[in-house]
Design a protein around this ligand. Structure first.
Ligand SMILES: *Cc1c(COP(=O)(O)O)cnc(C)c1O
Length: 381
């Protein structure tokens, strides 16, 4: 196999169990599995999260909700994103709970003329989706609660800066939501209040309320782009490939489109069987990035192509075509976390795993034991 993402569902399970323990018995956990589970696969991630103790799941689109149900995933499911008329119908048909923040959204829901569990979202400072006017948000809560078919299930907000330690805006948003939450709790007892993403879940117990919504942390990625292990979670995904060829290069010879890298010494260059169509971002080729070839750190050289990229193996390289390459993960004593790959191109770990392309097969295992009978390694490990 030319490239493969190997996902350890036991790691997702343990990460969720760790978060369940961290928030304690008064707070439930909603595992966010949008964007195909941040590239890990939505349905396997959802099942692993449930096994770890998550009692809710969240996605962004109605199509994602439908796909989860089609895969046989049960349990409480929340669609976070904005929904047009056809999307609302799809979400409700998937028995998902939905979010509204304005009268238009409420009317679209009413237009379905069927029961629906509704969360009202307030914008406490994200400046994106949600109702800015807290009085109007309360009026929306009342309108949903008074509706014969709708039921007020939750009230929520989303933080803009939970992942920026020491930043004061997080506290301001939290205070705003606390004021709103107190009134909602008083008027509508039993409504589920929720605000925290992964960063907020780790940062401040005051942000936990009735439910937390961790995404990135359940995959063992650090919301602060530092060390996942320090957060008590472990990466669930490794991304592997292979060398397609190894060839000697003389000084003055180049690798890749545009001849952007020219050898200044005699060396051996390997071609790795993954490119930007697989999610190896083109910017990596000029960023000083590295990959692990048989457990050894080597620099990427030349422009990343659609289907391959080059690595400088050095003049004494013993590597051969077919040898293992690790783009994200461990090999021997070396570790190349998604956080490091992200840093090379000025992005975040979220974008690294979300970018892993549909062309890259996902293989699932439980601490090394294949899930589906196929050899998890399929010759790549
Ligand atoms: C994506 C998302 C989350 C999860 O955020 P992480 O930073 O991945 O934990 C939580 N809530 C909402 C509304 C989201 O869109």
């Amino acid at each position: 196999m030319r490239t493969v993402a190997r996902i350890n569902v036991a790691a997702i399970e343990r990460n969720v169990a760790h978060i369940v323990g961290h928030v304690g018995p008064g707070t439930a956990v909603c595992a966010v599995v949008k964007a195909d589970g941040y590239g890990h696969g939505a349905a396997p991630a959802a099942r692993a999260a449930q096994a770890g103790g998550a009692t809710w799941l969240a996605v962004v689109t109605a199509g994602e909700a439908r796909a989860l149900r089609a895969a046989g995933v049960e349990g409480r499911l929340l669609v976070l994103g904005p929904l047009g008329d056809d999307d609302v119908a799809t979400a409700l048909a998937a028995d998902a709970e939905v979010v509204v923040w304005d009268r238009d959204g409420l009317e679209r829901l009413r237009g379905q003329r069927r029961p629906a569990a509704v969360h009202v979202k307030v914008d406490t400072g994200m400046g994106r989706l949600g109702q800015r006017d807290l009085d109007e948000a309360l009026a929306l809560c009342d309108a949903v609660a008074d509706d014969g078919l709708l039921c007020l299930s939750g009230a929520m907000t989303h933080f803009a800066t939970a992942d920026e330690p020491g930043d004061a805006f997080f506290g301001e948003q939290l205070a705003r939501f606390e004021r709103f939450a107190a009134v909602v709790r008083d008027r509508h007892p039993g409504v589920v209040l929720h605000a925290a993403n992964s960063a907020a879940t780790f940062r401040d117990p005051a942000a936990h309320f009735d439910l937390v919504r961790p995404g990135v942390a359940i995959y063992g990625l650090d919301p602060l782009q530092q060390d996942a292990a320090a957060r008590g979670v472990e990466p669930a995904l490794e991304w592997h490939s292979r060398l397609a060829s190894v060839k000697p290069l003389l000084p003055g010879e180049s690798v890749g489109y545009g001849r952007r890298w020219v050898a200044d010494h005699e060396t051996q260059v390997g071609t790795v069987q993954a490119g930007y169509a697989d999610g190896v971002r083109r910017a990596l080729g000029v960023s000083g990035a590295e990959a692990l070839v048989r457990g050894r750190r080597v620099p990427l050289v030349g422009t990343v192509s659609m289907d391959s990229f080059g690595v400088d193996l050095g003049p004494d390289a013993a590597e051969r075509p077919g040898d293992r390459v690790v783009l994200v993960g461990r090999d021997g004593d070396e570790h190349l976390p998604a956080e490091e790959l992200a840093r090379w191109i000025g992005t975040i770990n979220y974008e690294v795993t979300c970018a892993i392309g549909a062309r890259v097969p996902r293989e699932y295992h439980r601490d090394g034991v294949p899930l589906d009978g196929r050899a998890a390694a399929a010759g790549v490990a």
